[in-house]
Design a protein around this ligand. Sequence first.
Ligand SMILES: *[C@@H]1O[C@H](CO)[C@@H](O)[C@H](O)[C@H]1NC(C)=O
Length: 607
Amino acid sequence: MRSFSKLLTVLVFASIRLALCGRAYMEGDRVKLYANKVGPFSNPSETYQYYDLPFCRPPDGLEHKLETLGEARTRLISRCATIVVDGNRLIVTPYDLSFRRAQEHAVLCTKNFDKKEVQQFRKAIREDYYFQMYYDDLPIWGFIGKLEKEVVSNSPGDSHLKHYLFTHVHFDIAYNGQRIVEINVSTDPAQVVDLSEGVVSDDSAVPAEFTYSVKWHESDIPYEKRMDKYRRYSFLPQHLEIHWFSIINSCVTVVLLTGFLATILMRVLKNDFIKYTRDDEVLEDMEESGWKNIHSEVFRFPPNKNLFCALVGSGYQLVALSIFIFGLACVGVFYPYNRGGLYTALIVLYALTAGIAGYTAGSYYKQMEGAAWVRNILLTSVVFCGPLFLMFCVNNTVAIVYRSTAALPFGTIVIITLIWALITIPLTILGGIIGKNTRTEFKAPCRTNKYPREIPELPWYRNAIPQMVMAGFLPFSAIYIELYYIFASVWGHKVYTIYSILFIVFLILLVVTAFITVALTYFQLALEDHRWWWRSFMCGGSTGLFIYGYCFYYYLARSDMGGWMQTSFFFGYMACVCLAFFIMLGTIGWRASLLFVRHIYRAIKCE
Ligand SMILES: *[C@@H]1O[C@H](CO)[C@@H](O)[C@H](O)[C@H]1NC(C)=O
């Protein structure tokens, strides 16, 4: 138990990446360069260990970076986070980058590639592999080779692919006093070994000499600021410019549209109120129609209230989780390229907010006079986690088959399972018991009839699916532009750091969802269709389905992702994210509709 709590502390702090105590070096001190991963550029989830490719290995075997607790504690913490959830595996490389020791043309190693190794590199060059390394905790990137089309002169149209492997790496390192503040890496396009088919005969070994050079520059960048450049731009060729104008433009349009519709709805409601109060006095025998008629129906609890309450509970939890994550992001906890921190924060915060789900689900379930509260709690704890876990199992298996570093190690899976079993489940149960025992009444302004009234025949577009399409459209258009940036940074190499804009868009999304659901609920009730409980949930959540639709568009038109593994990661995890959006926005839609329905029926004073 003690070691577990220690582990937990480590994990909690891991989300807060501390860049405090930097190492001070003396001239000539060895600073290790760690290789982290290689992988196809267009498939960011598909990462492999650097030494899966036959690069120069250190003479005395591979050494993994594993710091003990005795060493700098904060480094361990931040490293833990990245190793555990980010698929990072740091291995020492044989480059000698000793502090302030320049190198003109150092030889790393000479190799003779056999047939198999040549093919490995050919494949990697064809798939546009990049490598990533860490030097004194600073990440660097580069490509391992280049592919060129060579047109064969005497037969036009018949081109031949040249595979060049870079053999020379140049490092520019900046130091400030005794500390390292910046590193740039570049590969020399002139120093290559040609691995093309035809050039390399299949039996003889291909000789290659790997070299590197190092230049040291004095700099006045303060040590504390050395991470800042990673926030500003991307180092891989794609550069992300946020189009502020288009984001603001879309937000304003959506807000105006919402306001416009809100005004109309208000007027219609006002007319209704006037009509209904007059009805009571004068027009007693005139045939009534409209939402007033079904006042004895609207507060009939929905079918499947067990599932309904479980979803609503999870929805509350996910809203809270998003707000916490935005809070952390806005104070600058997450660095681009350090997804481990974000994922750890998500896991830990999800576990810690489980009580909210339990409490809300338990409380609503009790209010709706549900009896099977144990089943309700169990359902609450798996309604989102269950699908997520299944998806994780599938994807992890795929990653293991691919021998990718994206496969989480066994230890991490154990830790996550422990967190789930020892924190999430008990908190859900505790919350559920508190929620069940807090006496709250469901304050329905009207009594409910014993026997449900028949629902009039309705045109097809009043059915659930057409209504959901209508409901999702406006909220989706509010986030549409933003989605591209998020996708490009999560499923590409772009950098996204403007969390405040993201937060504003998120709030707009919630407000627009709430509003549009209320409007649709009004029209539904006006036609005397009283099954608004599930309908408002589905309509609110439909934006999640729109986002999933956008995934297909992004995959096919905006990205170069390919291969089983990347495809399975992309569609699998996006399905979970969209499920989360569905539950969260559905909850918002239903809650807003409940407020609205209570309000209008209270106003007409039905008895
Ligand atoms: C690294 O590259 C950036 C951008 O090209 C440049 O501004 C900076 O001076 C370089 N740093 C070193 C140490 O060469």
